[in-house]
Design a protein around this ligand. Structure first.
Ligand code: NAP
Ligand code: GCO
Length: 263
């Protein structure tokens, strides 16, 4: 099944020290890719390097804030020297702020848009010239249920992830002729540090109401794990998806297909 082989490819996962990015990095490594990742702090990068090492993956880690274009441009040059040109970019780094919109300071809004939407633009722009020169590449943007649905308190995040879906389609439209495939992965509700507050048990040890809600809203009746995202990521990073472009692959246990369990 060489269609799914990533041997000889260099994959850069932004925010890849833990969570979804780390799982995708491990999966792409298992398919043969060289892994490079960045995070915003040296401590987190070191944590990531140890985690990859424990898995026997010789990943390279770099400190870089993905919202800072000069730093990203410099990082891409450094990656090229250390591990070769980027063949696969996974725009994974992201944050969420859960604040009712009417109370959300514009500064918090801007921070979410900057990291979740502008940074994927900055990182994709940084790798496109080399991909074009070399005859192709893969860009995978980590979207969300909120690329399609809204909910209370996540206005900035939903706007960013909705925009990321359209950025995905636009990169596919503008660079598809250069054999660059840009697709999205739309994870459902995944058990990571980002969603930990939604799963915290109450003082009485009872299930968090949101935890119960999501289990009822998901046909699979469970939260996703980061490992659920590995197969879709390998598919979109490999030759198996060379004619798939501008698509968001939802890995949500069926949430988007389901009206929800009758109370
Ligand atoms: P996470 O556990 O919060 O990890 C996010 C990663 O991004 C962290 O390593 C974080 O580093 C890094 N990061 C944040 N801001 C950065 C910046 N400016 N520069 C570089 N790195 C930065 O999140 P996750 O749950 O794994 O989610 C990863 C992606 O999947 C995000 O885009 C998220 O929106 C998306 N997603 C998550 C879910 C879910 O249910 N968990 C579902 C759909 C989509 P620090 O630790 O240093 O901040
Ligand atoms: C939230 C959650 C979601 C998930 C994910 C769903 O507060 O609703 O954090 O936004 O992170 O994006 O796909």
């Amino acid at each position: 099944m060489d269609l799914f082989s990533l041997r000889g490819r260099t994959a850069w996962i932004t925010g890849g020290s833990y969570g979804i990015g780390f799982a995708i990095g491990c999966g792409l490594a298992e398919a043969g890719a060289r892994i490079v990742f960045n995070d915003i702090s040296g401590d987190i990068v070191d944590k990531g390097l140890s985690s990859y090492q424990e898995k026997g993956i010789p990943a390279k880690g770099y400190v870089c804030d993905v919202t800072d274009e000069p730093s990203v441009q410099a990082l891409v040059k450094q990656i090229e020297q250390d591990a070769g040109p980027v063949d696969i970019l996974v725009n994974n780094a992201g944050i969420i702020r859960r604040i009712p919109m009417a109370e959300m300071p514009a500064e918090e809004w801007r921070k979410v848009i900057d990291i979740d939407l502008t940074a994927p633009f900055i990182c994709a722009k940084a790798v496109l010239p080399s991909m074009i020169r070399r005859g192709g590449g893969k860009i995978i943007n980590i979207c969300s249920m909120m690329s399609e649905l809204g909910r209370e308190t996540v206005s900035a995040y939903a706007a960013a992830k909705g925009g990321l879906k359209m950025l995905t389609r636009n990169i596919a439209s503008e660079y598809g002729s250069r054999n660059i495939q840009c697709n999205g992965i739309g994870p459902g509700y995944i058990a990571t540090p980002q969603t930990a507050p939604l799963r915290e048990k109450g003082e009485d040890g009872g299930m968090h109401p949101f935890d119960r809600f999501i289990r009822g809203r998901t046909p699979a009746a469970r939260w996703g794990t980061t490992d659920d995202l590995v197969g879709p990521a390998v598919f979109l990073a490999s030759a198996a998806s060379d004619f798939v472009n501008g698509h968001v692959l939802y890995v949500d246990g069926g949430i988007l297909a389901y009206i929800g369990k009758q109370p």
